[in-house]
Design a binder for this molecule. Sequence first.
Ligand code: AKG
Ligand code: FE2
Length: 308
Amino acid sequence: MDYQVLTAQQAEQFVERGYVAIRGCFTREAAQEYTAAIWTRLGYAPDDPGTWTQPSVHMPGHRDIDIRKFAPKAWGAVCDLVGGAQRIQPYRWNDGFIVNLSEGADRPWQPASPAAPGWHKDGDFFRHFLDSPEQGLLTLVLWSEVRHQGGATFVAADSVGPVARFLAEHPEGVYPPSIAWTGAEPQPATFAWGDLVGQCGDFVEATGEVGDVYLLHPYILHAKAQNVLRVPRYITNPPVHLVEPMRFDRADPADLSLVERAVLRGLGVDHYPFTARGPREELVPERVAMHRSMKQAEQQRLSAAGMA
Ligand SMILES: O=C(O)CCC(=O)C(=O)O
Ligand SMILES: [Fe+2]
């Protein structure tokens, strides 16, 4: 199979371990255009940790970024993983940074393990099925250097199998635990992150340089790591939306994307017809309202600093 960006070895790693790191997708200078306003937006002083009232902040987005122009190598790799640009809905990055300043800095460093807090699969905005198109890939875009023990993201590289089996057992769909169930029908299953990550043993700390992009299987369990170094870390995690649900029973196996192949590997089969037995449902997490008010506060700080 020929890929635009991925080597055969990277493609194989993605199928077997659910992630690939694409290094050097944009320069430090290019990053600065977007990261320069972070501290004004936060209202914190970069050189005074006493002003860092929150250990980490999920910031709202202000500006869209065209990945095709900004990080063409990352775009090519995204296409390689999902089976071509025609399978992707318009995909843009933005400056909604996830800043880790001092998460868990008051505790001794603990390496990645099921006991670490915060394991989850992304997608708090839809009911999950085995074939869900809403989150076609998980991406971690590194906008700052991300060092060992410096607030990286922990990745459970063998989590695709447990999550695939759980989703296959629940064709009625699965709710993210952060969403309260309000429907009339029996409550669908919710992800039990602890049970799922408890089946994993291959853990990676997603460290790297400005401009590195980790592309991960959408099922991959991950968690914010401690930042005992207290070196500010900035990432974004823009999801890829697919045009159509995934297919695990394509007539020509050569049409299976690497993401689909990883699911089949996780299920231990080479073919899996799947039919959703519940509604494809958009969910609205509290994050949306919170980001609206955070964005207003950030805009006021930018105006006050003459940066708006
Ligand atoms: O901050 C991190 O390292 C991870 C954040 C994350 O996984 C998320 O916001 O969904
Ligand atoms: Fe996440």
